[in-house]
Design a protein around this ligand. Structure first.
Ligand code: C5P
Length: 391
C-alpha cells in the first residue's frame, strides 16, 4: 500500500521522520511531501534517505518530464496522512485550497485522508480550526486528536501531536476499512423519481439524492465497485461510481434490475413515487374552469422486486417515516422481503430530506435495532455499510 505522508510546518515536523519509519515497518511504501514551512524544520534529504523514495516540496517540481507529480502521487496513493498538520494546512484542506504541493495532492486524491493536528493550544481551540476539523470529519477524514501537555511555545493545553503509535493505529484502521468491500459490487438507487402528468409537468418529492451520494462515496471508501441508479438530482456523485440516470419509477426499476445482476449489496435510498399518473397526456394539460381528476396507479416496488429476483444479494431499504416508532420499518422489512431496513425519523429537525445530517436505525430480522446516532450523511453511510457487512 502506498502512503503519502504530508508534513506541514509545526515544530513536531521532526517527529515525522520516526513516523515515516514506523509506517514503513507496517509494510507501507511511504513517500513524503513537505510544505515550505516544514522545510524550515526538516529537509527533503532526510526523508529521501529514510524512505528510499523521492520527496516532493514544490508545486512546480516535476521529477519526470511530461508528468504532473501532484496528479501521479494522488492517483498512486492508497492513503494520505498529514502529520503534523498545522492550523494553516487544516484550514486549507477544509476549504479546498490548493496552493502548495501537499494541498494540491490532497485535492486531486480520492483515497482516505488521516489528519494529525499539532499546534499551539489556542490555535487548536480557535473556532475556525475547530470548524475545519468538524468539516473534515463529516467528509470521513480520520482525525487523530492531539494530546494535552506542555507545548513548544511554553503553554500548556491540547495541541501536542498524537503519539506515533496512535497515528499508525488510525492509519491501519483506515487501511483495513478500504478492504471491507473489496471485490464487491454495490448498487444504490438514489434521488426522487419524476412521474409525468403531461410532457411538461410531473409528480415528484423532496429527495435531494444526498444520502445516495453519501452511500456511493462510503462504498467506494470501503473498496467496492459502485453503480448508482439516480433520478433527477442536483447533487454530484463520485467520479469513480458508474451513474445510470433515469426519470421515472418504471425506468428506475428496469435500470436497477439490470445493474443489480450479480451485485452483492443493493441499497434503495431513492424516494420512489408510490403512484404515477395512469395516462400521461401527450402535449400539455390545458387550463379550464372545471376541476380535473388525475388517476394514479401504483408504481412497482423496486427493492422488493430486486430482493425477490436476486436472493443472494443483501438488499437494504430505507424507511423515512415521521416517527421514531419502528413498527412501520419492521412491517416493510417483511413485506418487501429485504435483508434490512434503515429507518430514519424525518419529523426531526436537521436530519433526513435535503439535510446534511441523518440518523439511521438499522432494523434486521434477527438482531436488536441499532442506531447510528446523529452524524453527517457520509458518516451514516459508512456506519450502515460496515454494519451490513458484519450482520
Ligand atoms: O414503502 P416505502 O416507499 O416507504 O419504502 C421505502 C423503501 O423502498 C426505500 O428504500 C425505497 O427506495 C424503496 N422503494 C422502492 N420502490 C418503490 C417504493 C419504495 O424501491 N416503489
Amino acid at each position: 500500500m502506498n502512503v503519502v505522508l504530508g508534513v506541514s510546518g509545526s515544530i513536531a515536523a521532526y517527529r515525522a521522520a520516526d513516523l515515516a519509519r514506523d509506517l514503513m515497518r507496517q509494510g507501507f511504501t511511504v513517500r513524503v511531501c513537505l510544505t515550505d514551512a516544514a522545510q524550515k524544520f526538516v529537509t527533503a534529504a532526510l526523508f529521501e534517505t529514510l524512505t528510499g523514495q523521492p520527496c516532493l516540496t514544490d508545486t512546480f517540481e516535476e521529477p519526470q518530464v511530461g508528468r504532473m507529480a501532484h496528479i501521479d502521487w494522488a492517483r498512486q496513493a492508497d492513503l494520505i496522512v498529514v502529520a503534523p498538520a498545522t492550523a494553516n494546512t487544516i484550514n486549507k484542506l477544509a476549504a479546498g485550497i490548493g496552493d502548495d504541493m501537499l494541498t494540491t495532492i490532497v485535492l486531486a486524491a480520492t483515497c482516505p485522508l488521516v489528519v494529525a493536528p499539532a499546534m499551539n493550544p489556542q490555535m487548536y481551540a480557535n473556532e475556525v480550526t475547530q470548524e475545519s476539523l468538524r468539516l473534515l470529519a463529516t467528509r470521513a477524514t480520520a482525525i487523530v486528536e492531539p494530546q494535552e501537555g506542555d507545548v513548544a511555545c511554553g503553554e500548556h493545553g491540547q495541541g501536542k501531536l498524537a503519539t506515533n503509535e496512535q497515528i499508525v493505529a488510525t492509519v491501519n484502521a483506515v487501511a483495513v476499512r478500504k478492504k471491507v468491500l473489496a471485490g464487491k459490487h454495490v448498487v444504490i438507487t438514489s434521488g426522487p423519481t419524476q412521474e409525468p402528468i403531461d410532457e411538461v409537468r410531473y409528480l415528484t418529492n423532496r429527495s435531494s439524492g444526498k444520502m445516495g451520494s453519501a452511500l456511493a462515496r462510503a462504498a467506494l471508501l470501503l473498496g467496492a465497485r459502485v453503480t448508482v441508479v439516480s433520478g433527477p438530482v442536483q447533487v454530484s456523485y463520485p467520479l469513480q461510481a458508474k451513474v445510470v440516470r433515469v426519470r421515472d419509477a418504471v425506468q428506475m426499476l428496469e435500470a436497477t434490475v439490470e445493474a443489480a445482476q450479480g451485485a452483492d449489496i443493493v441499497i434503495g435510498a431513492a424516494a420512489v413515487a408510490d403512484y404515477r399518473p395512469a395516462d400521461p397526456v401527450v402535449g400539455k394539460v390545458r387550463r379550464s374552469s372545471e376541476p380535473i381528476t388525475l388517476t394514479l396507479v401504483p408504481n412497482p416496488d423496486i427493492i422488493a422486486h430486486v430482493a425477490r429476483k436476486y436472493p443472494a444479494a443483501k438488499v437494504i431499504g430505507f424507511a423515512a417515516e415521521p416517527t421514531s416508532e419502528l413498527t412501520v420499518a419492521r412491517e416493510k422489512l417483511v413485506r418487501k422481503g429485504v435483508f434490512a431496513i434503515a429507518a430514519n425519523d424525518v419529523s426531526q429537525p436537521g436530519i433526513g430530506f435535503e439535510s446534511e445530517n441523518n440518523e439511521l436505525v438499522l432494523v434486521t430480522h434477527d438482531q436488536e435495532p441499532i442506531s447510528s446516532g446523529k452524524r453527517s450523511k457520509l458518516q451514516c453511510a459508512l456506519w450502515l455499510l460496515q454494519k451490513i457487512v458484519v450482520s
